[in-house]
Design a binder for this molecule. Structure first.
Ligand code: HEM
Length: 108
């Protein structure tokens, strides 16, 4: 079964970029311990888009859903949505879903 990719696409106003990156710099670091988690990258836009991508890869959809229903909530405490948390740095977000069709790594 192929891995799946879930990308959280964040629209971040220029003046919020530093705030966003700082939040990720002090992220919970919990996702690494989630069953079925394979990869995470925070991608800063350079050219072609102004949206940050939070790239995550998972063994399967069930692993991602399990993370969303549990650890994700704790990992986003600093993201700001209610009750004294800081305001969100992103003005919009949307999730893109993919299946890995092919992949390659360098020959060692
Ligand atoms: C409203 C939508 C979302 C926003 C605005 C958002 C923003 C953020 C921010 C600012 C952080 C840094 C930690 C913090 O301050 O909370 C974070 C962590 C993270 N986000 Fe999101 N996020 C959202 C939903 C998602 C979704 C749907 C995914 C999955 C594709 C995702 C993947 C991650 C991961 C993997 C981390 C690191 C968690 C860890 O270290 O354990 N986020 N997010």
């Amino acid at each position: 079964m192929p891995s799946i990719v879930k990308i959280n696409v964040l629209t971040v106003p220029d003046e919020q970029r530093e705030t966003l990156e700082k939040r990720f710099a002090s992220r919970a670091g919990a996702v690494e311990s989630s069953d079925g988690f394979e990869w995470f990258e925070l991608l800063r836009p350079v050219e072609g888009t102004d949206r940050y991508l939070v790239y995550t890869r998972w063994r399967d959809e069930a692993s991602f859903q399990a993370w969303m229903e549990g650890p994700m909530k704790a990992a986003h405490r600093g993201g700001g949505d209610a009750g004294g948390r800081p305001a969100p740095a992103a003005s919009d977000s949307q999730v893109w879903s993919f299946e890995v069709v092919q992949q390659a790594a360098p020959k060692s």
